[in-house]
Design a protein around this ligand. Structure first.
Ligand code: NAP
Length: 408
């Protein structure tokens, strides 16, 4: 790769911005163009459903870089700009409007979009999705004018939003279609703890609940009707029913796509001059020995240095374990590792679940696959080491808080 080449980054979210930074850190001094369809410069999403939504963090704190950083690092940031197609033969990105940008290597960091509800009333005023900073600001404004909210989906968006709404003094009903919120990712044992946490904080959590219609009055939400015919009054409906990776550009360009853009352990797509990161990257994981696509902040934060190396023709490998964190009410947690739904045979806990101070471990055949620390800090690196060690662990010692994690 010539130091005078041209790098095009499609997607100006956190992973796009951090890849631009990594290209500069790794000594590339050619052209870097960062294209995004948002009106805002790259920002981080975790605060949008937590502190920023609750009004406890400043707007300026959400951004990845200060506004002057882009000019200072000669990164051409072009907002409100959509890429229409990729001309792989000519090595050009084609923008809406026809402009063509040549590239030596291109990064796809197009992220994901919320799944939309398709039912009567889904377009009423007061129905919110939460993905962009503007969504978070509109929702916070909605909190200020509402007394009751229905949250559809007991996933991360649903539960963090429910906690923020309770903090704003609003009556909250969460509709979860399964038997427990977060059941797929955490399993019954830990999902039950989150269900109790929300009920203890005054949420009307309804499980096995189906939504049949959003009810309106004069174009605005007045409530919802469930599939059993019952109605719940609300002025706001927040929908968090998962996301769809934005793969249409990759697909139209003929790249291999299957539950995201398929990339190898270097994050290269089926075209070696195109690299993909973040929510869209279904990456071969060299330690887990399978493909995984991770829709979490840490993944989008940690992949960029590897993506930049690959764009520059180097050979770095992405092998970090999935990590995510959440804050809900008085519960702060971090999770490290990977467990496919139902892919464990035992959960071992050390600490005090009732006091919400514990570490939970998911095991299969005596080996720790993942761990979650709740209101206990600075143990995450040790949990990661335990998972990476992959050896059989003594359950009694694992459950004994007196035994240091690094002694297991
Ligand atoms: P999510 O965590 O995947 O949860 C989606 C939830 O909606 C699941 O409980 C799912 O139930 C349910 N659901 C799906 N279709 C539904 C339907 N038609 N009606 C009712 N419920 C339905 O997705 P999310 O909460 O929307 O979050 C969006 C993305 O942001 C995710 O990638 C998430 O990881 C990320 N995020 C992460 C954090 C964090 O790491 N702390 C915070 C916020 C957002 P089933 O399980 O039965 O399908």
């Amino acid at each position: 790769m010539s130091a005078q080449g041209s790098m095009v980054i499609v997607g100006a979210g956190m992973s796009g911005a951090l890849t631009a930074a990594a290209l500069r850190d790794q000594g590339f001094d050619g052209r870097v163009v960062l294209l995004g369809d948002d009106a805002e410069r790259p920002y981080e999403r975790p605060p949008l459903s937590k502190s920023y939504l609750m009004g406890t963090s400043e707007r300026e704190a959400i951004f990845v870089h200060p506004s002057e950083w882009y000019a200072e690092h000669d990164v051409e940031l072009r907002l409100k700009t959509r890429v229409e197609s990729l001309d792989r033969g000519k090595h050009e990105a084609v923008l809406v409007g026809g402009e063509r940008l040549g590239y030596d290597a291109l990064l796809l960091a197009t992220g994901a979009e919320p799944r939309r509800l398709k039912l009567t009333g889904a377009d009423l005023d007061g129905v919110h999705y939460l993905r962009r900073v503007q969504d978070s600001e509109r929702l916070r404004e909605g909190f200020g004018k509402s007394s009751r909210v229905v949250v559809v989906g007991g996933g991360w968006i649903g539960l963090e939003t429910a906690a923020a709404a309770r903090a704003a003094g609003i009556e909250v009903t969460v509709l979860e279609r399964g038997p427990l919120p977060l059941q797929g990712v955490l399993g019954d044992e830990l999902a039950s703890i989150f269900a109790k946490l929300h009920r203890d904080n005054g949420v009307d959590l309804r499980v096995n609940a189906g939504l049949s219609e959003i009810l309106g009055d004069g174009g605005a939400v007045r409530g919802v009707r469930l599939s059993d015919g019952s109605e719940i009054a609300a002025q706001l409906v927040v929908v968090g029913v998962g996301v769809t990776p934005n793969t249409s550009l990759a697909q139209a360009a003929g790249l291999a796509v299957d539950n995201g853009v398929l990339v190898d352990e270097h994050l290269r797509t089926s075209d070696p001059d195109i690299v993909a990161v973040g929510d869209i990257a279904n990456a071969q994981h060299p330690i887990l020995h399978q493909r995984i696509r991770v829709e979490h902040w840490a993944n989008a934060r940690r992949q960029p240095p590897v993506a930049a190396t690959s764009m520059l023709g180097g050979d770095a490998t992405y092998d970090r374990l999935p990590y995510f964190f959440s804050d809900q009410y008085n519960l702060g947690m971090e999770y490290t590792g990977f467990v496919a739904p139902g892919g464990y045979d035992e959960v071992v806990v050390r600490g005090d679940v009732d006091q919400l101070e514990f570490v939970a471990f998911w095991l299969s055949d005596g080996r720790v696959l993942a761990g979650m620390n709740v209101n206990i800090w600075d143990v995450n690196p040790d949990i990661e080491k335990l998972v990476l060690a992959g050896r059989k662990t003594d359950r009694k010692r694992l459950a004994d808080a007196e035994v240091p994690l690094d002694a297991l």
